[in-house]
Structures are given as C-alpha cells and as structure tokens.
Ligand binder design. Structure first.
Ligand code: G
Ligand code: G
Ligand code: NA
Ligand code: MN
Length: 253
C-alpha cells in the first residue's frame, strides 16, 4: 500500500531511470543497439528492479502512464545522444496492456517530432503474447509502426502461447530468443536443437535473430557457429548506467 502511494509520486517526480544493455552484432563485431531497462530510484528504498515494482504498476492500472513516460525518456535520450554525435538505436520494452491501445502511434510520432529524432533509432520490444492476443489488430499495428520507420522486435521468443503463423504476417525486424533456451544449450541437446531451429526459422523468413542471456564463451562460440546475428547478455555487459554504456560504446568503436 505504501509503495502504491510512492508510485504516483514517482511518476510525478520522474524517479525512473534507464539502464542500458548492449546488443552485439556478431558479424560487424560492434554494438548494434542498447536495450533500455527501467529502474526506480526510490528515495528511501534505493534502486528498485522492474520485478519489484512492475507488477504493482500493472495492478494499479498505471502501465500506460509509465510506458508513455519511459517512451519520452527514451526519445529524449536519443535526442541527447544525437547532439553528442552518437547514433545508436534504443530498444524500449512495451508492456502488454499498452501495446494495442489507441493513441500510441500518434504519441510516438509527436515525440519524434518534438525531439527531432529519427524513427530509425527507436525500436519497440514486444512479447509474442502481446502481439498475438489479437492477431488482426497486432499485425495492423506492427505494420503501421514499420511504415513510420520504427523497428519492432519479438522479445522472449519461444515462451509465449502462439502459433508461428504470425511471423510471416507481421513485419517484425528482429526475433529475440528467450534466455531459457540459451542457458543450457551447451549441455542440453533439446535446447541446442530449439536454438538452432529458431535461427534457421528466422533466417528463412528474412529476419534478424538475437540470443538473450549469453553468459559464457562456449555459448557465444556455439551461436557463432549457428550463424546467429546478434547476442545480448552478461558475457558482454550487464545493464549499465547511461555513462558507463556510452563509455563501453566508445571503447568498442
Ligand atoms: O533488468 P531486468 O530485471 O532489468 O528486467 C526485468 C523485466 O522487466 C524484463 O522482463 C523487462 O522486459 C521488464 N522491463 C524492463 N524495463 C522495462 C520498461 O522500461 N518497460 C516495461 N514495460 N518493461 C520493462
Ligand atoms: O524480458 P526481457 O528479455 O526484457 O528481460 C531482460 C532481463 O534479463 C533483465 O532483467 C536483464 O537484466 C536480464 N538479463 C540480461 N542479460 C542476462 C544474462 O546474461 N543472464 C541473466 N541471467 N539475465 C540477463
Ligand atoms: Na526486453
Ligand atoms: Mn527478453
């Protein structure tokens, strides 16, 4: 109950910050994008992780408000980076309840205009459950986002309850293999086969594929062999505060 009261204040006073985790392009050997992961700088409790407050945000019906706030934060950060001559995309997670709500597209367009940011550097991460809860609406929506020049990726791929048919209907740019398949791929034949098949599937459909949760050199080598396009995970970097993320970017280019 206390946290609920704090939440309204936090939205008002903008106590949320992004940490940034790099996504590494295996072919080009460079950072291709940063995923923005929210943290709450709570005045008394310190830095709170998404798992400690996102369920509450959803429960009290503030997901849309938070998503919009974070979307603006992402676009604002992109504008700041642009000023510094840094042109790297930011991937923002969209909460399931908000994705198909009317007005998101218009809001994004407004933000890009206001901050003079190109849609090409904004990426939205959605889960397959979100996109597929209403196939018709979902594919229209993703089509419209793509026509605006924004990229859409499927997060946590393989963990949702959906058919694969949507992959050919929707102009998705990138598929992110859920880390649960990557963790044991070196030791578990089934996981290895699933990862391998996901990569083949993505490439067969002309989409990029990224493996999440890469923590070991062995996993990296296997993914390279399987021609996976990109990786994300602790092996490369944990989600970092903005300054550290940019320092890493500079060190990598
Ligand atoms: O860092 P990690 O603990 O950072 O994130 C945990 C979960 O919280 C992930 O499933 C992620 O998708 C979700 N999450 C992180 N940042 C955001 C955000 O900015 N918006 C939304 N809607 N979800 C987020
Ligand atoms: O649901 P989503 O994929 O957006 O969530 C990303 C979550 O995974 C975040 O909590 C992030 O901190 C975490 N994460 C990122 N890389 C790794 C990793 O290599 N290992 C583990 N265990 N977690 C990771
Ligand atoms: Na994500
Ligand atoms: Mn994910």
């Amino acid at each position: 109950l206390n946290l609920e009261k704090d939440l309204l204040l936090a939205l008002e006073q903008d106590q949320f910050v992004f940490y940034f985790q790099p996504q590494w392009d295996l072919r080009e050997q460079k950072i291709e994008a940063f995923e923005a992961l929210v943290r709450w700088e709570h005045p008394q409790k310190g830095l709170l992780m998404p798992g400690q407050f996102l369920p509450l945000v959803e429960q009290v019906g503030l997901s849309k408000e938070l998503d919009l706030l974070l979307l603006e934060k992402a676009v604002c950060t992109l504008a700041e980076w642009k000023k510094q001559g840094i042109h790297i995309p930011i991937a923002v997670n969209m909460s399931p309840v908000h994705f198909q709500v009317d007005g998101l597209k218009g809001r994004i367009q407004q933000l890009l205009l206001k901050y003079q940011v190109s849609p090409a550097v904004l990426e939205l991460e959605i889960t397959e459950n979100t996109a597929m809860s209403d196939m018709e609406k979902g594919s229209n929506y993703i089509n419209e986002l793509q026509q605006m020049g924004i990229r859409v990726s499927i997060d946590d791929f393989g963990t949702g309850y959906s058919s694969l048919g949507y992959l050919r209907k929707m102009p998705i740019d990138k598929i992110k293999i859920d880390r649960s398949f990557v963790t044991d791929m070196a030791a578990n034949d089934s996981d290895m086969m699933i990862v391998k098949t996901m990569i083949t599937l993505a490439h067969g459909l002309g989409k990029r594929i990224l493996a999440e949760g890469v923590e070991t050199e062995t996993q990296l080598q296997l993914l390279r062999t399987l021609a996976c396009d990109a990786i994300q995970g602790y092996l490369l970097a944990k989600p970092l505060p903005e300054a550290e993320a940019l320092a890493l970017l500079n060190g990598c280019t």
